[in-house]
Ligand binder design. Structure first.
Ligand SMILES: Nc1ncnc2c1ncn2[C@@H]1O[C@H](COP(=O)(O)OP(=O)(O)OP(=O)(O)O)[C@@H](O)[C@H]1O
Length: 315
C-alpha cells in the first residue's frame, strides 16, 4: 500500500470535518476522493500532504510513518485549482524549480525538464511566461512541476476546477493517459461524479467527514451501498418505492407483463438522449423521469400524451 490512513479525526472548533477515516490507497493507482462540497475531501488530502495536522490517527506513506513529518519531507507533489506559478519565470524554469532548489546537476535538470514538458505536451512553450499560457496549459505545467521531484505520491485538489467544461474534459482524458504512462500513485479530489467515473481506478465517496463507499467506478455505479452513493453517482428517480436510474427503465409502447402503466407528460431531447417525464397511471399519479435513446424514441414513436409501460431493468 502506498498510503495508509488509520483512524484520522479532524475538527475545526466544534465542527467535525473528518470522523474516524480509514483508507488504504494502493501504489500506482489513480484514486478519486469524491463528494459534495464541505464533505471533507480537501481536508483529507491536506492531511496526506502534511499541510494540515490530524487531531488523531496516523498517515503512513510508502511504509514511512508520516503523521508528524512536515510537508516538504513527505516526497509528495501537489497541484491545486488555482496554481501559483512564478510569474516572472519561464515555463521551463517553473518546472525546473523543485530540482534546482534540490541542487541537482544542471545537465540532469535540463534533461528532466525537457522530458516533463514533452510528457505534458508543452515543449514548444518552454520559453513562455505562465501568463502567456491558457488555463489548461497552466495546469499541465503545474503537473509537470509537481512530477519533477519524482514524488512517491501526487495529490491533486480539483486541478481542473477553474477551467471551462470542454477544457476540463480534455484534461481529464489527458490525465488518465499521463497516469497510464507514469503510474505515479495519484489522489485526486473532485466533486464532479463524471470526472471521477471517467478518470479513477478507484473512487472513495466522502460525505460529512465519513467514507460512504470505496470501489471501482463500475462497482459504485452498479452496486452503490446506499441511496446517498446512488444519488451522488448519477441521476435517480423513484419507482415503486425504490431508487432507479432513469435509463435503467425500459419503455414499451404496448402492455407487457409486469409493465407499469404510465403516460408521457413531457419530453426533452438532450444530445443523444431523450428525457421523458412520465406520469404513473396509479392512484398517486406520481411523475418520474425516464431516459431513452433517440433511436428508441424514434422506433417506438414516443410522444407527449402517449401511453407507455415501464419495466425497471436494474436489479
Ligand atoms: N481551516 C478551517 N477552519 C474552519 N473550518 C474549516 C477549515 N478548513 C475546512 N473547514 C471546514 O471543514 C469542512 C470540510 O472542508 P473541506 O474543504 O475538506 O471540504 P471539501 O469536501 O473539500 O469541499 P470543497 O469541495 O467545497 O472544497 C467544511 O465545512 C469547511 O468549512
Amino acid at each position: 500500500m502506498s498510503i495508509e490512513i488509520t483512524g484520522v479525526n479532524k475538527r475545526f472548533g466544534d465542527f467535525v470535518a473528518l470522523d474516524n477515516v480509514n483508507l488504504s490507497i494502493p501504489t500506482g493507482q489513480l484514486t478519486a476522493l469524491l463528494g459534495p462540497s464541505g464533505g471533507g475531501k480537501s481536508t483529507l488530502l491536506r492531511i496526506i500532504a502534511g499541510l494540515e495536522n490530524a487531531d488523531s490517527g496516523s498517515v503512513v506513506i510508502e511504509g514511512t510513518e508520516a503523521t508528524n513529518l512536515p510537508a516538504q519531507k513527505r516526497n509528495v507533489g501537489f497541484v491545486f485549482q488555482h496554481y501559483a506559478a512564478f510569474k516572472h519565470m519561464s515555463v521551463a524554469k517553473n518546472v525546473a524549480f523543485g530540482l534546482e532548489i534540490r541542487k541537482r546537476p544542471k545537465a540532469e535538470v535540463k534533461e528532466k525538464v525537457e522530458e516533463l514538458l514533452g510528457l505534458v505536451h508543452l515543449s514548444q512553450f518552454a520559453d513562455r511566461l505562465p501568463s502567456q499560457l491558457s488555463g489548461g496549459q497552466r495546469q499541465r505545467m503545474a503537473l509537470a512541476r509537481a512530477l519533477a521531484i519524482e514524488p512517491s505520491v501526487l495529490l491533486l485538489d480539483e486541478p481542473f476546477g477553474a477551467l471551462d467544461a470542454k477544457v476540463r474534459k480534455e484534461l481529464r482524458e489527458w490525465l488518465r493517459r499521463l497516469h497510464d504512462e507514469v503510474h505515479v500513485t495519484t489522489v485526486f479530489v473532485t466533486h464532479d461524479q463524471e470526472e471521477a467515473l471517467e478518470v479513477a481506478d478507484e473512487i472513495v465517496v466522502i460525505n460529512e467527514g465519513r467514507i460512504e463507499q470505496i470501489g471501482s467506478p463500475d462497482t459504485l455505479y452498479d452496486a452503490p451501498s446506499n441511496d446517498f452513493v446512488m444519488s451522488f453517482l448519477g441521476p435517480t428517480t423513484q419507482l415503486n418505492g425504490a431508487l432507479v436510474r432513469p435509463h435503467d427503465i425500459e419503455v414499451f409502447a404496448h402492455p407487457v407483463e409486469n409493465g407499469i402503466p404510465a403516460r408521457i407528460a413531457r419530453e426533452l431531447r438532450v444530445g443523444f438522449d431523450v428525457r421523458l417525464w412520465v406520469e404513473l397511471l396509479d392512484a398517486a399519479h406520481e411523475e418520474i423521469q425516464v431516459t431513452v435513446t433517440r433511436a428508441t424514441q424514434r422506433s417506438l414513436a414516443l410522444a407527449e400524451g402517449n401511453d407507455v409501460w415501464l419495466v425497471p431493468t436494474s436489479a
